[in-house]
Design a protein around this ligand. Structure first.
Ligand code: MRU
Length: 382
């Protein structure tokens, strides 16, 4: 990414300090307007996530944890009411805020994993036994604030690094199937998995960037992504900002015909949750696209950070699929106002349609029966 496109596609601006400051780009206004809104407490973080001012599995998790760090340091009244050495009361307050954040959106596992990770770090840091450590002169309150802030900032940095690493793996995987160095690839994607869906760079769209950086991208075909148009509003904006070669927008209903008429070398999509058997929850329309890929013998890759792998969910039918309010569909489809609609935000792509799962720790390939051993991968790499 250039300096200019990095600025244009910055999903959030975080300024460390006491208190830290967080602003997020209101994606509902893109591509027409670029407006950053301030997140100064968990309520504002929850609303930005719930209303999809920010969206994308990794970004949801990051805004939640950074929002919490800002909240605790900006609105100190709740903390002031507690004894600064009452570790249990401080951790109870933390739990209340984490529980609230987890009610924002149900499908992306990254939020729940980030909450669990932060919870574990805070418990470890806050519960340090003063008797065991004579040099420890900090209060439990100071340790809590430090743990939340430092770990949230670490998660922010880690996301950018992980996206870049997984994108290199993904590009290598795709390009190794087409080793002639003058062959350029046409790739297809759905939804927005780029800089706007993450702290920077992106996952599936990050792979497209990495292929482009090796001068091997012929074209990137972006699906509009009905009903909320993350493809036409957000991915198209990213592709234009980067002047991506062959960037082309198609309606979702055109994907099969496009693949019949043109050579497509690979389809890359993101994920909101990868189950233990490889079944993958992602933006509604992904399953359909996987069927198109299979019908046309096109490799179909899921790209996601390690934190999207969920070995506690055995298979796709166990995933909670969020249903968005009817009006979001009715308005964007110009249907009559009182039309009855069904509006799931995600679907499940069965593992058997997935060629590989690309993470920052490597690419996972399926077993002979088409399922993935995600648990073994997590245990070996975790
Ligand atoms: O409803 P959204 O826009 O949050 O859905 C986003 C997706 O489905 C993405 O593909 C997924 O979160 C991965 S983003 C890197």
């Amino acid at each position: 990414m250039t300096e200019e496109s990095t600025e244009l596609l910055r999903s959030l601006i975080y300024e460390p300090g006491t208190p830290p400051k967080l602003h997020v780009l209101n994606q509902l206004l893109l591509p027409g307007e670029r407006v950053y809104i301030e997140i100064s407490d968990v309520q504002a973080a929850w609303t930005a996530i719930r209303d999809m001012q920010i969206r994308g599995a990794p970004l949801i998790a990051i805004v939640a944890v950074l929002g919490l760090a800002v909240d605790l340091q900006t609105h100190t009244r709740e903390l002031d009411q507690l004894d600064p050495n009452d570790a249990e009361a401080l951790l109870a307050l933390l739990e209340t805020k984490l529980d609230f954040l987890m009610t924002s959106r149900p499908t992306a596992v990254n939020l729940f994993n980030a909450v669990q990770e932060l919870r574990d770090v805070c418990h470890r840091m806050v519960m340090i036994d003063d008797d065991e450590d004579d040099t420890n002169t900090t209060t439990a309150r100071q340790r809590l604030l430090q743990a939340v802030t430092q770990h949230a900032e670490f998660m922010l940095e880690r996301d950018v690094q992980d996206n870049k690493t997984l994108s290199q793996y993904g590009a290598h995987e795709l390009l190794s199937k087409h080793s002639s160095s003058d062959e350029k690839l046409t790739l297809m994607t759905i939804c927005n998995t780029g800089s706007l869906a993450t702290a920077l760079y992106g996952t599936a769209l990050g792979i497209v960037r990495a292929v482009r950086d090796q001068q091997r991208l012929a074209a990137i075909i972006a699906l509009e992504t009905r009903p909320y148009n993350q493809g036409s509003r957000l991915t198209a904006f990213e592709l234009q900002a980067e002047q991506m070669p062959g960037a082309t927008l198609i309606a979702d209903s055109m994907a099969a015909f496009y693949c019949q008429r043109h050579k497509v070398h690979g389809i890359v999509v993101g994920a909101d949750r990868v189950c233990a058997n490889g079944d993958t929850a992602n933006k509604i329309g992904t399953y359909q696209l996987a069927l198109v890929a299979r019908a046309h013998n096109i490799p179909f890759y899921v790209a996601a950070p390690f934190t999207t792998l969920d070995v506690t969910t055995a298979a796709g039918q166990e995933c909670v699929i969020e249903e968005r309010p009817a009006h979001e569909f009715v308005q964007t489809s110009q249907a009559p106002a009182d039309m009855n609609v069904w509006n799931p935000a995600f679907d499940i792509t069965p593992a058997q349609y997935i060629t590989g799962i690309v993470t920052e720790k490597g690419v996972l390939h399926p077993n002979a029966d088409g399922t993935f051993d995600v648990r073994r991968f997590v245990e070996s790499k975790g």
